[in-house]
Design a protein around this ligand. Sequence first.
Ligand code: MN
Length: 489
Amino acid sequence: MNTTAKPSKYLKGATGEWEIVVGMEIHAQVTSHSKLFSGASTAFGGDQNSHVSLVDAAMPGMLPVINEECVKQAIRTGLGLRAQINHRSVFDRKNYFYPDLPQGYQISQFKDPIVGEGEVIVDVTPTEQIIVGIERLHLEQDAGKSLHDQSPNESFVDLNRSGVALMEIVSKPDIRSAEEARAYVSKLRTILRYLGTCDGNMEEGSLRADVNVSVRRPGGPLGTRCEIKNVNSIRFIGQAVEVEARRQIAILEDGGKIDQETRLFDPGKGETRAMRSKEEAHDYRYFPDPDLLPLEFDQAYVDALASGLPELPDDKRARFIKDYGLPPYDAGVLVMERESADYFEEVARGRDAKIAANWVINELFGRLNKEGKTIATSPVSAKQLGAIVDLISANTISGKIAKDLFEIVWTEGGDPEAIVEQRGMKQVTDTGAIEKAVDEIIAANPDKVEQAKAKPTMLGWFVGQVMKQTGGKANPQSVNDLLKQKLGI
Ligand code: MN
């Protein structure tokens, strides 16, 4: 456990400290080819109104039919959140008018959701974890989209999203800072992507967060909360929590009170703005949808889905620490994406895992980030990086040459071993050749030799010169040993 003093999570106001309390509702688009109650495509980016069935357009007399794939995805997600799976759940109509909601209601789940309480282990830092409770997960339809920018005096509606399956994942108010809020969404996204139940693409709107923020005196009773709607990046979620908490503190310290309301975050201005107040809150008149039977399945159905789940990030991280002896930080970084973890394991198989982790995290991830690439588009394959690690472990090349080699493989491709052979990059372990270089350097620098005798740290200068003379190919240990011996230090 980390016992060093951590900076306080409390915010300082003019009259003392304040604690932030955050709960979140995340809308995650279910990964499935067709919609929740129709066979229309869910593909992103099609022509307007090209993925719309008669059900999605709410034509009279059309009946919704549940898509079993979406049910399976919700159960799999519930299992990944260590949550209660409810064998009986009910679809309700949530009634409201919106131009892009042709039914006049959204089919959702209200009193009886498919998934109940669960939890997420959130990695706030690579060594600090908190548990955030899950209140529920329910299935519901997405709405369409109003288009106001196609014509100066007309608005249009695109129903491609209408009826797409969403999982609304509601957390308990267990989050205490902007940093924890970011870490929670990031971890939830990682879990969904591991499960393959949501692609987590926030730019395309596959994952959006409604963030409930309130402040209170540390340990005091809960304050009135405001809901910040539809925040669509992890960075913005952190900023929204921070500025909204500051706004509420300023009001309270001025003797005012917080109005419970829905607000919007404006990233450009770095502020939240009122959208609608509780006085205008809708009464949705929920009632069970008469077109749909309650959704029922047995434990055997859940067990079959559970047996098909992949290894999830928390288990994978624990295994990487135990089996490969990796530090928790390295293991945490490697399991963030399933593809990265798989890549690492392919490099590490039968090799020194610590060297493999260093190369994947420092060289490969560093380079991928710099070029805006991902593991999937990496020019260096796991097989190639594994071959580079082999050459290092066998002392065929030095660490410095290995970086040059990585660069060649990155830009030109090819078999690392053959490249080393063809371009004469092998480390010189032949002591005769190294000795020759050492002797030349010593002979050419009598003044430095004198200095080194008085000041042994001068050794580093000599090592540098010999390495330069041998094009970085001399074995550093042999160079060190020979120099010490010849300089008498
Ligand atoms: Mn919702």
